[in-house]
Design a protein around this ligand. Structure first.
Ligand SMILES: [Zn+2]
Length: 270
């Protein structure tokens, strides 16, 4: 293993160490990474980026985030994918390569039209979903997993029942995009419809997608969504009982409260 690969492993280890603390909470407090993302060269010329300038940090952050999804049990094997936007480019996990084998030299970058401009590995087959999000929203990062509770819920309902007020942190009731074959533009279109006004959705018989202003935020939303799906399944599985649900009006009130308070973690834990 090269020194550089060691460095990537170290970064990933540090990132996975706090997984237990952050999975299922609204914690967004990993400052160093967020700091580096803000320092990324938004709008930098593609020629400069093609040479790799400014991409090393975001790539390591992306690999660390992908490894967090595996360490937290949100993906099995190579079944999920993660991307981050840097200027006019999108860095994305490659297809079929376990996250623990990804090193600093494996950067995969594409333009918003899908043209690959950096890397020899093939981008994830779910690239159309990632690009659709970046083309239509201001998102800087996207996390897609086949997390078991989210996927289970996607087979049962067309919308996650309002079992908890943290639904508001995803923009409102979480919709389920109707099934389409993986990797297709049709799936990307159904996903965009389900994401309208939301930062997360479920994909029927497939998994979940969230986006955010940073890799940490997109990851936290995935963890939060998985937790809410698990919560509903747990409550709904008690024989002879039906979970109480919140009204859409209450979710709206919470959304206002969250935005008013800048979504600081202490405000979302009450
Ligand atoms: Zn998938």
């Amino acid at each position: 293993m090269t020194d550089a690969a060691d460095a990537a492993d170290t970064a990933a280890t540090a990132a996975t160490a706090d997984t237990a603390d952050t999975a299922g909470t609204a914690d967004t407090g990993r400052g160093a990474r967020a700091e580096r993302e803000r320092a990324a060269p938004a709008g930098a010329p593609a020629e400069e980026l093609r040479a790799g300038a400014g991409l090393a940090g975001p790539w390591l952050d992306l690999v660390a985030t992908a490894r967090r999804t595996a360490a937290a049990g949100l993906v099995v094997g190579t079944s999920g994918n993660v991307s981050v936007r840097v200027g006019d480019l999108v860095l994305v996990t490659p297809s079929g390569v376990p996250y623990d084998r990804l090193g600093p030299g494996d950067t995969v970058a594409v333009r918003l039209d899908g043209t690959q401009v950096l890397g020899t590995l093939t981008p994830t087959s779910e690239l159309p979903m990632h690009l659709a999000v970046y083309r239509t929203t201001g998102a800087r990062a996207v996390v897609h997993t086949h997390a078991v509770h989210a996927t289970a819920v996607s087979t049962l309902v067309t919308e996650l029942p309002l079992v908890h007020y943290m639904t508001a942190a995803l923009g409102g009731p979480v919709r389920v995009a109707p099934y389409e074959t993986y990797g297709t533009d049709a799936l990307a279109e159904r996903m965009l419809e389900a994401l309208d006004g939301r930062t997360g959705c479920l994909l029927q018989n497939h998994g979940a997608v969230t986006h955010g202003a940073s890799l940490d935020q997109a990851y936290d939303r995935t963890a939060q969504l998985e937790w809410m799906c698990r919560l509903w399944l747990t409550a709904a599985s008690v024989p002879g009982r039906t979970p109480s649900l919140l009204s859409p009006e209450e979710i709206g009130r919470v959304a206002e409260k969250l935005s008013g308070y800048g979504q600081r973690p202490e405000d979302t834990r009450g």
